[in-house]
Design a binder for this molecule. Structure first.
Ligand SMILES: *[C@@H]1O[C@H](CO)[C@@H](O)[C@H](O)[C@H]1NC(C)=O
Ligand SMILES: *[C@@H]1O[C@H](CO)[C@@H](O)[C@H](O)[C@H]1NC(C)=O
Ligand SMILES: *[C@@H]1O[C@H](CO)[C@@H](O)[C@H](O)[C@H]1NC(C)=O
Ligand SMILES: *[C@@H]1O[C@H](CO)[C@@H](O)[C@H](O)[C@H]1NC(C)=O
Ligand SMILES: *[C@@H]1O[C@H](CO)[C@@H](O)[C@H](O)[C@H]1NC(C)=O
Ligand SMILES: *[C@@H]1O[C@H](CO)[C@@H](O)[C@H](O)[C@H]1NC(C)=O
Ligand SMILES: *[C@@H]1O[C@H](CO)[C@@H](O)[C@H](O)[C@H]1NC(C)=O
Ligand SMILES: *[C@@H]1O[C@H](CO)[C@@H](O)[C@H](O)[C@H]1NC(C)=O
Length: 830
């Protein structure tokens, strides 16, 4: 049998998709609201989109929005015709299982997720009847992180068409007082600026953005499709420079600690710069530019070191030197001459950098190690675990390691793990025209250490989030949440202890810093605690191994479920109206490419038994997002990051210009259940032809319990023009090469084919019974759980027509195609 790999090309699929995209006249978003409420830096945002199907036929209507990566989706609902369809958060495996079950029940399924620089995509759709309406409502939550002395609430608006009733409402309530508030982002410019109203009154602020439909076409990235851009609300809160702000409610507390009136601590910083060949071109240029800017910003009492590395390690100076003007000038010259070449020895680079800092210990200073790389370790030690353990040992918790991963070729998870294991964080630097600004921006976050060895102490507190921080930088914020034991506020004593400029300092509760929440909703503080705990457990899960990893994972999962957060461990299952797909929504990992972590679960056997009957399955692939594919030998693996299936009788996988059906083999001399229609007492079974070219040697039809018609290839019952009518209402018409069986609203045709002088039978269900109590191979819902199903191309003959053509098909295992064991279709006797 000939087997060639046919490439499904993405363009082909997208072209197929494009033709099915909604025409903008088909449906109308008559209202689109984004409502964001921020309390104590915790933002809860609700996006509500109301859509009407203007057509006189049912239409698939899409809801497609982008939300910040840092956020967790916590609720999704659809309102259609007085009914509410609400998403349920489940453990990922369980959701996956439900998804498969839905598929085998004949409901289709889809899942959605994707990543940009700061945003994730949420996409779903539902079929809406003619002239009916649907309301989509998505809620997500996030704790805003303070960087560079401010919080930023990013709201992405892209309704896909100008909307008459478009509104963004932001309400901020900060008990400590709002020190300033600004509105930035692409949507705050040009004609749209007029649509913004900002009100600020001490503890509260309101931002309204109500652009008219005309204004929505007039910003930089807007057009006939309406708006496409961000509104960024930037603000900060007033601070007392003491212990900060502590809110408590219902037995939970959250503490925001960000003193800024402290002297800066001189720092010792070592930059490790990857100059391997892959940094060639723009990346190395931008690195040079950023480094020169950063050197300019060093203070005179800072000490610094520079190491460039490829397969070898180059010290600019063997030791740390003071950041005086002479040394800086020299260093900048060195930076200007950094050239790309060679491989990547991350292990040696980090060890040498750590060593420089270790030998240069200065009392009362803060040491920082910054690694910039764009690739995997390729020379020296390349075993990732070995590198991590070497680095942990060399740093021994004495200073943080920050890893900047440049571009998408880096193993970001490796960098993230290594940073987390050494009290730092990893950051991705996007290959873009502003990469030097991203590098500089990151450096500025850690440029001004104010405290080291910060320990947050809460007597009378329990279930605390992280309390020890190796360094605290100006412009950032330390946030700790926890529970108050027995909700006893009297015995609850918060305190912060740290080292500032060689001195031990204690921040304690001088005035009444512990505020009970007034206007805040009851469970708000608890949700902040849950959010922060889950985030930190996910980090822990990444950096730990063994049983501790499992524990962290289980705890994170438990809390995600309890608080209904869609995290990397959970998925949201959205059940749609009867007969429509279930969607499973996953949160992607940072920079995740679609194939990661989703190995194919089902592979066609490479040594197949001789195929005897090859069934063709048809259904229509309507839409899909990104497709990943790779080939291992002649096996085609595909995983879909974002797919959506429509239930349809005909399922065709569209390759470039071609329509390729799916097929599967059933082999051996087995007896198969073709169609059982219990309410009509009609049962059709078939015996596979074990020697010939495929198809069946015998098919037996049972009516009631005592009437049977047997059709064989030489069969006596095959006679021209003879009509057999049974009192059960079943009609059998026997023609040349075709036996036609009609029972009520069902019609089954058995074709008699001949190949190489041998005859065989092929059953075709020409008219599907309208009731749903049928089963059998001819009646499986033609739906595929395509994620992780491997298919390879094959050729087959379409015996469902009288003059069968040979055609290409995607071969898959029977189990994948049928979504249940083939055994389910076996019968004991004909
Ligand atoms: C926004 O949401 C808040 C909290 O659910 C609610 O109180 C407020 O009325 C909403 N605002 C608008 C304009 O819908
Ligand atoms: C539905 O729309 C089509 C084309 O727009 C039109 O031909 C048809 O008459 C319409 N049917 C009804 C019932 O309005
Ligand atoms: C820290 O930041 C605040 C406000 O952003 C500024 O006033 C202060 O001078 C900074 N402290 C140091 C040591 O740079
Ligand atoms: C909080 O801590 C107590 C023990 O200190 C523990 O029994 C309880 O399960 C914890 N609660 C949560 C939600 O982690
Ligand atoms: C936090 O730091 C304190 C004092 O440095 C130490 O006693 C404690 O064990 C640390 N806690 C954790 C969880 O590392
Ligand atoms: C692919 O082929 C190579 C040899 O050509 C073989 O070693 C390998 O096992 C094959 N892989 C699979 C998955 O069949
Ligand atoms: C697709 O079809 C068009 C027109 O029939 C033809 O020009 C083109 O070459 C085809 N592309 C492929 C990849 O077969
Ligand atoms: C089958 O049809 C009956 C009656 O029409 C209905 O009650 C039942 O829910 C249907 N079952 C399925 C699985 O659709």
């Amino acid at each position: 049998m000939e087997r060639t790999v046919v490439q499904i090309t993405l363009t082909g699929l997208l072209l197929a998709l494009a033709s099915t995209l909604p025409n903008k006249n088909d449906w109308d978003i008559y209202s689109f609201h984004i409502n964001s409420t921020v309390t104590s830096r915790y933002a809860t945002t609700v996006i509500t989109s109301r859509v009407v199907n203007r057509m006189n036929e049912s239409k698939e209507i899409e809801f497609h929005v982008r939300i910040p990566k840092n956020a967790f989706i916590s609720k999704f609902r659809m309102f259609i015709d007085g009914q509410v369809y609400e998403g349920v958060v489940k453990a990922k495996e369980q959701a996956q299982q439900q998804y498969s079950e839905a598929v085998s029940r004949g409901e289709s399924a889809g899942l959605v997720s994707s990543v940009g620089r700061t945003l994730e995509e949420f996409k779903t759709s539902v079929t809406v009847a003619a002239h009916k309406k649907v309301t989509f409502e998505l809620t997500y939550e996030e704790l805003m992180k303070r960087t560079h002395g401010k919080y930023e609430l990013q709201i992405h608006a892209r309704p896909m068409q100008p909307v008459r009733d478009f509104k963004v409402d932001v309400y901020i309530h900060e008990e400590a007082g709002i020190s300033f508030i600004d509105v930035k982002g692409g949507l705050s410019t040009k004609a749209l600026a007029n649509a913004i109203t900002k009100t600020h009154a001490d503890k509260q602020a309101w931002v309204y953005f109500y652009p008219t439909a005309d204004q929505q076409k007039m910003c930089d990235s807007c057009g006939d499709q309406g708006m496409n851009g961000d509104l960024v609300i930037v603000y900060d809160v007033s601070r007392d420079n003491g212990l900060g702000e502590i809110k408590k409610s219902a037995g939970y507390f959250v503490h925001h600690f960000a003193p800024s009136n402290l002297p800066r601590i001189p720092k010792n910083v070592v930059f490790l710069i990857d100059q391997s060949g892959s940094m060639h071109g723009k990346k190395i240029q931008q690195t040079r530019t950023a480094l020169i800017h950063i050197l300019n910003d060093l203070a005179e009492d800072d000490h610094f070191g520079l190491i460039t590395f490829d397969g070898n390690i180059f010290h600019w100076k063997q030791e740390l030197v003071q950041a005086n003007s002479k040394n800086l000038e020299n260093a900048k010259n060195f930076a200007r001459n950094i050239q790309d070449r060679g491989s990547t020895d991350i292990n040696q680079a980090v060890l040498q950098g750590a060593n420089m800092l270790n030998v240069h210990h200065r009392e009362g200073s803060a040491s920082i190690l910054i690694l910039l790389t764009d690739g995997d370790p390729t020379s020296g030690e390349t075993n990732l675990e070995k590198i991590q353990s070497n680095v942990r040992q060399a740093i021994a918790g004495k200073f943080p390691l920050y890893c900047l991963g440049f571009g998408f070729d880096v193993n970001f998870e490796f960098l993230e793990k290594m940073s987390l294991q050494n009290n730092g964080v990893a950051r991705r630097i996007y290959e873009d025209s502003d990469a030097d600004l991203q590098l500089k921006g990151f450096y500025e976050e850690v440029a001004t250490p104010l405290l080291t060895d910060v320990t947050m102490v809460y007597v009378g507190g329990t279930n605390l989030t992280q309390t020890n921080f190796s360094q605290y930088y100006n412009g950032s914020e330390i946030v700790v949440a926890g529970q108050i034991t027995d909700n006893d506020i009297e015995t609850f004593i918060p305190q912060a202890v740290a080292i500032s400029n060689n001195r031990r300092v204690t921040f304690s509760n001088t005035n009444d810093a512990v505020k009970s929440t007034g206007r805040m909703s009851h469970d708000h503080v608890q949700r902040v605690w849950a959010y922060l705990t889950v985030k930190q457990l996910l980090d822990k899960e990444l950096k730990l191994s063994g049983p501790e990893k499992e524990t962290a994972k289980n705890e994170a999962l438990e809390l995600s479920l309890k608080y209904s957060f869609v995290t990397p461990l959970t998925s949201m299952v959205v059940t749609k109206p009867l007969g429509e797909s279930i969607d499973v929504l996953h949160k992607p990992k940072e920079g995740e490419t679609p194939q990661r972590g989703q190995p194919p679960v089902d592979q066609p056997k490479s040594q197949k038994t001789t195929p005897l009957a090859k069934f063709l399955h048809f259904t229509q692939l309507m839409e899909l997002g990104s497709v990943h594919r790779h080939f291992v030998n002649d096996t085609f693996f595909c995983s879909f990051a974002s797919i959506h299936w429509i239930v349809a009788e005909v399922f065709l996988l569209k390759a470039e210009n071609q329509t390729i059906p799916l097929c599967f083999d059933v082999s051996g001399a087995v007896l198969l259940k073709l169609l059982h229609h219990s309410s009509r007492e009609l049962f059709v079974n078939g015996e596979l032809d074990s020697v010939a070219n495929g198809g069946f040697s015998r098919i037996v039809i049972h009516f009631k319990t005592d009437q049977h018609v047997e059709i064989g290839t030489m069969g006596v019952t095959v006679r021209d023009g003879q009509t057999v009518t049974h009192h059960t209402g079943v009609t059998v018409i026997i023609r040349n090469k075709e036996i036609d069986i009609a029972a009520g609203d069902m019609r089954l045709v058995i074709l008699v084919h001949e190949k190489n002088g041998e005859k065989f039978l092929w059953p075709v269900l020409r008219q599907h019974p309208s009731t749903n109590n049928t089963e059998g191979l001819l009646d499986v819902s033609f739906i595929f759980f395509f994620l992780c199903v491997c298919v390879c191309s094959d050729s087959t003959v379409d015996y469902t027509v009288a003059s069968p053509p040979t055609m290409n098909c995607w071969l898959m295992s029977a189990e994948s195609a049928l979504q249940r064991p083939l055994d389910d279709f076996y019968v004991a006797q004909l």
